[in-house]
Design a protein around this ligand. Structure first.
Ligand SMILES: Cc1cc2nc3c(=O)[nH]c(=O)nc-3n(C[C@H](O)[C@H](O)[C@H](O)COP(=O)(O)OP(=O)(O)OC[C@H]3O[C@@H](n4cnc5c(N)ncnc54)[C@H](O)[C@@H]3O)c2cc1C
Length: 355
C-alpha cells in the first residue's frame, strides 16, 4: 500500500486523507496542535467543494454545524443601516468544525499524530525520509504540505516564507466575544476609510473582526496596531477594543497571498493555503477541498510524478482567478476612501437586496 504523510489536519489535509484512503493509499496526518478544536473563523463550502462534501457523505453534518448568518448589514457609525444584502450562497461553518467533520469521515482509515511537526525531509530512492520534532523518523512514498499559510513543509522543501508570501497591505484580527449574538442572523459591517469592523453571529455567539490597511510592520504588537487603527471609530468599536485588550485568545495575522512557482519538489507537494493562500479574500476553504479532491483523483489514476503534474495543471486553473482578484475583492470589503465606501454601499443596494 502506498503511504502519504500529510502535514496539517486543516480543511485541505483532512479532505485529502479521506480521498486518498478511498483510492487505496495509507494516509498519516501530522498536526501541530495538540487537539482538533471546535469553532474558528467562519469559512465557506460552496461551488466545487459542495460536490466533494456530498460524495464524502458529510453535507448533512456541515448543514447542522453551519453559522446562523443569512444577511449582511452595512451600517454607519451610529449603527444605522446603509445597505443590506443576502449572505453569499453556500454553507458557512467555523473553520475548525469543518476540519473536524472532514477528519471524522477519514478517521477509520487515517493515522493521526497530534502535537508534532516535520523538521527535515530527505529525498530517498523512492520516497521521502521524514524527521519529526517528537516522533521517530519514517519513510513515506509522498509528503503533502497542507499546513497552511505559514507551512513548515514549504519552508523545509521549497525555501523561506519570504520567497513565497506577499503582504497585501492589510491585517486581520478576529476575537470570539463569548456572548449571545445581539443580531442572531446578520453580519454587521462598519467601514471607515481603510478599516472594517464586523460582528458575526457565528453559531449564536458573537465573533468580532478587525480588517484594516497598514503597511507591513516590523514585529507588530497586534493589540497596539488594532487600537491605533480603530481608536477613533464609533458604533461598538470602544467596547470591542476593550475586549481585545483583555483577550488572551484571538487570531491576528497579515493578510497574505502565497504564490509558489511550482508546487512539487520530487515527492513533496503543496496543497491548500500552503500553495495558494489568499487569506480571507478568495474562497480558500472551497479551494482547499477542491484541490484535495483533484490531487487524490490524479494519484488514484496515474503514477506519482505524472499525478502531481496533472494536479498542478488542473488545480491552478481554478485558483488563478482567485489569486488575481485579491486586490479587487479587498477594495470591496475595505474601501480606502469615504467615496469608495458610499459607492460600494450603493452598489450593494442595487445588486443584491436582502429579502
Ligand atoms: C480571518 C479569516 C477569515 C476567512 N474567511 C474565509 C471565508 O469566509 N471563506 C473561505 O472560503 N475561506 C476563508 N478563509 C480562508 C480559509 O480559512 C483557508 O483558506 C482554509 O482554511 C485553508 O485550508 P488549509 O487546510 O489549507 O489550511 P488551514 O485550514 O489553515 O489548516 C492548516 C493546518 O495545518 C496545521 N499546521 C500549521 N503548521 C503546522 C506544522 N508545522 N505541522 C503540522 N501542522 C501544522 C494547522 O494547525 C492547521 O490545522 C479565512 C481565513 C481567515 C484567516
Amino acid at each position: 500500500m502506498r503511504t502519504v504523510l500529510i502535514s496539517g489536519a486543516g480543511v485541505a489535509g483532512t479532505t485529502l486523507a479521506y480521498w486518498l484512503a478511498e483510492r487505496g493509499w495509507q494516509p498519516t496526518i501530522v498536526e501541530l496542535s495538540g487537539g482538533l478544536r471546535s469553532s474558528g473563523n467562519p469559512v465557506d463550502v460552496r461551488g466545487p467543494a459542495v460536490a466533494v462534501a456530498e460524495r464524502m457523505g458529510v453535507m448533512g453534518r456541515l448543514h447542522d454545524a453551519r453559522t446562523q448568518a443569512t444577511s449582511l448589514r452595512l451600517i454607519d457609525e451610529q449603527g444605522q443601516t446603509r445597505a443590506r444584502v443576502r449572505a453569499p450562497s453556500g454553507t458557512e461553518i467555523p473553520r475548525a468544525d469543518l476540519a473536524r467533520i472532514l477528519f471524522e469521515a477519514a478517521r477509520d482509515r487515517t493515522e493521526l499524530i497530534l502535537g508534532d511537526t516535520v523538521t527535515a525531509l530527505t529525498p530517498g530512492a523512492a520516497g521521502v525520509e521524514v524527521t519529526f520534532a517528537r516522533s521517530a523518523p519514517r519513510r513515506f512514498d509522498l509528503v503533502v504540505g497542507a499546513d497552511g499559510l505559514h507551512s513548515a513543509v514549504r519552508r523545509i522543501a521549497f525555501g523561506p516564507e519570504s520567497d513565497f508570501v506577499d503582504h497585501q497591505g492589510l491585517y486581520v484580527a478576529t476575537l470570539p466575544l463569548g456572548q449571545p449574538a445581539r443580531a442572531p442572523h446578520e453580519v454587521q459591517l462598519l467601514n471607515a476609510p481603510g478599516r472594517l469592523l464586523s460582528v458575526h453571529p457565528g453559531r449564536g455567539q458573537e465573533l468580532a473582526a478587525f480588517i484594516f490597511r497598514h503597511p507591513e510592520a516590523e514585529a507588530p504588537d497586534p493589540v497596539e496596531l488594532v487600537v491605533s487603527a480603530y481608536g477613533e471609530m464609533g458604533w461598538r468599536a470602544p467596547e470591542l477594543l476593550d475586549r481585545l485588550r483583555a483577550a488572551t485568545d484571538f487570531y491576528f495575522d497579515a493578510v497574505s497571498r502565497v504564490r509558489v512557482p511550482a508546487w512539487t519538489r520530487g515527492r513533496v507537494t503543496l496543497l491548500g493555503d500552503a500553495a495558494t493562500c489568499v487569506s480571507l479574500f478568495g474562497d480558500g476553504s472551497t479551494m482547499a477541498m477542491a484541490g484535495a479532491f483533484t490531487l487524490a483523483d490524479a494519484l488514484g489514476r496515474l503514477p506519482i510524478e505524472a499525478a502531481l503534474r496533472s494536479y498542478e495543471a488542473r488545480h491552478r486553473r481554478l485558483v488563478q482567478p482567485k489569486q488575481h482578484a485579491v486586490g479587487a475583492t479587498s477594495h470591496l470589503l475595505v474601501p480606502t476612501t469615504r467615496w469608495g465606501i458610499g459607492l460600494r454601499n450603493a452598489g450593494a443596494r442595487l445588486l443584491q437586496p436582502a429579502a
